[in-house]
Design a protein around this ligand. Sequence first.
Ligand SMILES: *Cc1c(COP(=O)(O)O)cnc(C)c1O
Length: 465
Amino acid sequence: MSSELRRIIPQVDEVLRRSEFVALGLSHGRVSVTLAVRQAIDELRNTILAQNEPVPPPEGVHEALLSRVTAILGARLQASLRRVINCTGIPLHTNLGRAPLAASAIEAVVQAATGYSTLEYDVDTGERGSRQSHVRALLVELTKAESALVVNNNAGAVLLALSALANQREVVVSRGELVEVGGNFRIPEVMEQGGAELREVGTTNKTYAADYERAITARTAALLKVHTSNYQVVGFAAAASREQVVEVAHRYGILAIEDLGSGALVPLHGEPTVAEAVAAGMDIVTFSGDKLLGGPQAGIIVGKKECIARLEKHPLARALRIDKLTLAALLATLRLYRQGAQDEQVPLLAMLTKDPIRYQSEAEQLAAAINALPASLPAWRAEVKPAHAQVGGGSLPGKEFAGFVVAIESPIGCVALEQRLRCRDIPIVARIEKDRVLIDPRCLLAGDREEVIAALEAIAAEGAL
Ligand SMILES: *Cc1c(COP(=O)(O)O)cnc(C)c1O
């Protein structure tokens, strides 16, 4: 058997010399193809040995190797980080990458990535410039703050602010605002990392300005307000207003800092805006670049010139530095806000501000397309229903967005359908409710609808596996 096997199963080099494999080498790289061929040969040898099968003809061997190698390379090419279609209706789905970018932001990323840029170059003087200068003026304009600094995410922004302004000193925070954002980001722990000592005041449901005042000592550096962006305290509850916190802080000559979390630049469903926090007199305000702003993941810090300058000089500022692609995307997104074009052009804001009627007609078009699919689908039924979605990403807790979904019933059952949609090359993420698979059109982007319809058609054609 083994000598016969050696005769049938070619050597790796021999396979690699064949034109189809040379062609694969051009698109996948020679090393990858060599490894894939080795794996395919091993597998083929093992299958023949294990199954004691009749020996295939040489052309059969060649075909089998080519198809297996193509599959191995395809699977390797299919990056684990890849596009999915978000049918959940949750625009800031944390697991699905939070906010999609505006077209102009994507273009800016491509430009910044493609060539050289004025990232840290001042064309007027021909000398070194600051990457911060590009966004600073825009942020100052949009928030009316004195100055601004951007870092790679908001968790980093909070860490930097505390490290630079409150190291080895105390920071007073309301018990009701000791937020855990998720993924191990808890305000008390970030404070500890930043070298600040936490002084909790008030109770979970009530904290007054006087509670902050009583906690101030000679060692206090700042009063910190944290926007409870991912939960709400309702009922018998009270919190000191940001104006009150600022008043107390400044009366004692200490800083007032606010972590806004999902900072909205424009009024959005009752969320506090960054400009409001700045106008209240906060010395430092930190917020996310994606969440409710709809730009790239980034941490934005705005506030008093002198405080921002201290942050900029801290060594952590370098460690948390924003990269050029993020900077390009952020800049382009902020420019849309300056033009007042954000609601139509920032996808996240479009999803949150569009009239629900628009989603009804999108759902109806989708349902009609599904119901019109060919013969294989008689037992499938798609129906439009009103539904509610949350924004996700730990933002706007409790806020329900009215919308519409397409509810699909199929002969393969909802569990199998949800799974088959999810396991496609371009995974389609939907949810199940009352034995139906729900497709919410709110977060569908260009080309997604066609993809969903094609997927359902293919799944129907496969039938029950
Ligand atoms: C989301 C959030 C953060 C963290 O922001 P990232 O952009 O995810 O780093 C920090 N603080 C609050 C209050 C938040 O809501």
